[in-house]
Design a protein around this ligand. Structure first.
Ligand code: CP
Ligand code: NVA
Length: 300
């Protein structure tokens, strides 16, 4: 695997290989087994947006594998002052062994890969969040035993998370339903692709989407970069929430996931959040293990 730019680039087999390696690395970490797989390698972490999980899990992940990580805030890089991505990519390729980037435009991530000569890992764009969904799939498999055949229901904004969940869920054999207000649907091309499998639906009716779900998923109503729309979105998304009424129509053993950070009483009630905290924080932990697997696949 050269890069991780988006999940659409990976086959079901490649995703399975990442998840299997992630399980192994998790087991080994819990049992104190140390690695030197990435000894001497340095990963640059470029952030144009805030982060807790992505930053810490990539830094710790590189350390665990014997390599090192360099935190690079876009605010302090010349890229933040307009230096072209083409030049940044070629310069950083001379110093680093790989780059993880969190930014706004997906094209910036694709351009880094195009003009640079080192592996590029997408740590979230406005379009997608592949690292998160690899951790989500790992968590689903851990709790349910299998991924295939489960119904994944996403409630809320059709955003970067939704786009990656559709691709990851469909590729891994799940049925995916999305409930979002009209005008806030996920990417049209991805919905068309997913619909062709006969395992995808999108509706503005939360209860229709959540019926018989095995996994319920939600994310913030206003993503990073949409702060100015936050108040308007609170009105538009009211009701697009995982709460006890929604849980009542899902399967009794349905699990609840949230990529975090969460806004209690907006997209999820505190009650549902706390009663599924074990799943949600396993999911957060699995960012570390799934990304270590991605790092091994791309950098080793
Ligand atoms: N879920 C996620 O990517 O979290 P951070 O924004 O804290 O990295
Ligand atoms: N949709 C959210 C995800 C955060 C992990 C955002 O882009 O802010």
């Amino acid at each position: 695997m050269k890069h991780l730019l988006k999940l659409m680039d990976l086959s079901e087999q490649e995703i399975n290989e990442i998840l299997n390696l992630a399980d192994q690395l998790k087991y080994e970490k819990k049992n104190g087994i140390k690695h030197h797989i990435l000894e001497g390698k340095t990963l640059g972490l470029i952030f144009s947006k805030a982060s807790t999980r992505t930053r810490v899990s990539f830094e710790v992940g590189m350390y665990d594998l014997g390599g090192s990580a360099l935190f690079l805030s876009a605010r302090d890089l010349q890229i933040g002052r307009g230096e072209p991505v083409e030049d940044t990519a070629r310069v950083l390729s001379r110093y680093l062994d790989g780059i993880m980037i969190r930014t706004f435009a997906q094209s910036e991530v694709e351009d880094l890969a195009k003009y640079g000569s080192i592996p590029i890992i997408n740590g979230l764009t406005d379009y997608c969040h592949p690292c998160q969904v690899l951790a989500d799939l790992m968590t689903i498999r851990e709790h349910k035993g299998v991924i295939k055949g489960n119904k994944l229901c996403y409630i809320g904004d059709g955003n970067n998370m939704t786009n990656s969940l559709i691709v990851g869920g469909i590729k891994m054999g799940m049925t995916v339903s999305v409930a979002c207000p009209k005008g806030y649907e996920p990417d049209a091309e991805l919905m068309k692709w997913a619909s062709e499998t006969g395992r995808f639906t999108c509706t503005d009716n939360v209860f229709e989407a959540a019926k018989n779900a095995d996994v319920l998923y939600t994310d913030v109503w206003a993503s990073m970069g949409q702060e100015a729309e936050a108040e308007e979105r609170k009105r538009i998304f009211k009701g697009y929430q995982i709460n006890s009424d929604v849980m009542a129509v899902a399967h009794d053993d349905a699990m609840v996931l949230h990529c975090l950070p969460a806004h209690r009483e907006e997209e999820i009630t505190a009650e549902v959040f706390e009663s599924h905290a074990n799943e949600i924080f396993d999911e957060a932990e699995n960012r570390l293990h799934a990304q270590k697997a991605v790092l091994v696949k791309c950098l080793a």
